[in-house]
Design a protein around this ligand. Sequence first.
Ligand SMILES: [Zn+2]
Length: 105
Amino acid sequence: MKIPDKIKIGGLIYTVMETENITLGMNYNAEILYGSLRINLRSMAKGQKERTFLHEVIHGIYDNLGYINHDEKKIDELASALYALIIDNPDMFCDELRVGEDAKE
Ligand SMILES: [Zn+2]
């Protein structure tokens, strides 16, 4: 899995940054800032970072759907399930026709 520099969630483009400057504080490995469209991730092991990235993406999806209070346990469970789905089925996300279309952009 490749963590992109930018990700579009519900039409909004978030910039993804690896940084030790997490505004939530030292107890957090990552955060999503809806106002400034940023996802900040601390440096960590590859798999942990990918799963944490998906956790923040799911927060972004929930926010886009209008959910104010996010259940951290459910978001973690969804992130783990989605991570496993992506890792276990890599070909599902690689459509040759679509890759060709993206290359033209
Ligand atoms: Zn969270």
